[in-house]
Design a protein around this ligand. Structure first.
Ligand code: S3P
Length: 435
């Protein structure tokens, strides 16, 4: 039986202040680095989403002691050199970040393991990671020359690499940097467009010496990390859903406290401003580690824009919800250079186009993006989530502006990155009714 959630509102307004759950990318990395380092690491603000819980389970199987209590995590590790060979497979669930970063980590460890994932993850390309890792000396084998999970990884002694990235992907960059940490010699990664730099920032927090010079990142192998205390800010990719709601629903204003403001992730703010929404950054802290602060977003008249080039990696996960926003903007919005959307949890170009068009939007899919005509009034319909958390949340936010209910098939996938999404949505609507 397919689970279906029906969402209907009567002229809603979203208002209030929220703190969205911890950043998914940073939560994964905190568990990974706390497990690689020796000694004690604490994590506060951890995202209790399913993807990050898979990462915890995997490191426990490698012999690391991890106690998770809500958003607090305590890690005590002997260090990567003393991990134990796991009993059974390491299951990454739906999480591309877990799988790809682990390939880099496990390749240079001293354990042998088999990495598996759910149906969606088993269809996502891994060669982008296994090819550079194999040229560092990694021993990885599996179906289709190692392009798909399950993959078997035999820990080896690796050598550094000078690598020019072929795709704009922080997962690929991070996998190589993690492998480089345990390799002999220098590892250099050159990007053509800068992707999220959480790995680089957190390596420094754990005491590693890593250089960032424009698009080039380099580090010497053989560095030993020490446990530390990590504070995870709110996930701007989760906040993006309510930022769009505030921008698009008449009379709305939402304030986001403690939300991540790392410049490699804030493309959504630039897009909202360029489209004409009112966005104010009220407070900004943490410039040395992970920047975070308070932002306020309010509704106003929106216009279509072009989104392409170097900004794409800084908002790649926000493009489904940006597409919804564009249906309410006057004129044409063009999204280009975003072919990576085709290999996310689902083909997000096809899925977003199909689902929003069911609501009456005018969207045309292109090879590397979408062309969206607006503004179009939207009507309710039954939408598929494709088991993709961001598609599920896009459908729920669409219900704020549709005439008639939106039914979402398989909404539970939203817990992958935003377990309390529906509670926060209700809170903002209630605040809107109260005012
Ligand atoms: C992530 C990188 C991005 C993003 C994903 C998380 C990360 O993927 O889409 O949700 O934590 O490094 P790519 O690096 O494949 O673009």
């Amino acid at each position: 039986m397919v689970e279906v959630k029906t969402i209907q509102f009567d002229k809603p307004v979203v208002k209030g202040t929220i703190q969205v759950p911890g950043d998914k990318s940073i939560s994964h990395r905190a568990i990974m680095l706390g497990s690689i380092a020796s000694g004690k690491t604490t994590v506060t603000g951890f995202l209790e989403g399913e993807d990050c819980l898979r990462t915890i389970d995997i490191f426990k199987k490698l012999g690391v002691s991890i106690e998770q209590n809500g958003t607090d995590v305590l890690i005590e590790s002997p260090g990567i050199q003393d991990w134990t060979t796991p009993v059974g497979e390491l299951y990454a669930g739906n999480s591309g970040t877990t799988a790809r970063l682990l390939l880099g980590i496990l390749s240079g460890s001293s354990v042998n393991s088999v990495l598996t994932g759910d149906d969606s993850l088993s269809k996502r390309p891994m060669k982008r990671v296994t090819i550079p890792l194999q040229s560092m000396g990694a021993s990885i084998s599996g179906n289709d020359e190692g392009d798909y999970l399950p993959l078997s990884i035999k820990g080896e002694s690796l050598k550094g690499i000078d690598y020019q990235m072929q795709v704009a992907s922080a997962q690929v960059k991070s996998a190589i940097l993690f492998a480089g940490l345990n390799a002999h010699g220098l590892t250099v990664v050159k990007e053509f467009a800068i992707s999220r730099d959480h790995t680089e920032r957190m390596f420094k927090q754990f005491g590693a010496n890593i250089q960032q010079d424009g698009n080039v990142v380099s580090l010497q192998g053989g560095q030993v990390l020490k446990g530390t205390d990590v504070v995870v800010p709110g996930d701007i990719s989760s906040a993006a859903f309510f930022m769009v709601a505030a921008a698009m629903v008449e009379g709305s204003t939402v304030e986001f406290v403690n939300v991540g403001l790392n410049p490699t992730r804030t493309g959504i703010i630039m897009v909202l401003e360029k489209m004409g929404a009112q966005v104010e950054v009220l407070e900004r802290y943490g410039e040395k580690e992970e920047p975070y602060g308070t932002i306020r977003v309010s509704n106003s008249h929106l216009k279509g824009i072009s989104i392409e080039g170097d900004i794409i990696p800084t908002l790649i996960d926000e493009l489904p919800i940006i597409a919804l926003l564009a249906t309410q903007a006057e004129g044409i919005t063009i999204i280009k250079d975003a072919e990576e959307l085709r290999v996310k949890e689902t083909d997000r170009i096809a899925a977003v186009t199909n689902e929003l068009n069911k609501l009456g939007a005018q969207i045309e899919a292109t090879d590397d993006g979408m062309i969206i005509k607006g503004p179009t009034p939207l009507k309710g319909a039954k939408l598929k989530s494709y088991g993709d958390h961001r598609l599920g949340m896009m459908a729920a936010i669409a219900a704020l502006i549709t005439e008639g209910p939106v039914e979402i098939e398989n909404p539970s996938c939203i817990a992958i990155s935003y377990p309390n999404f529906f509670e926060q949505l209700s809170d903002l609507i209630k605040k809107g009714e109260d005012e």
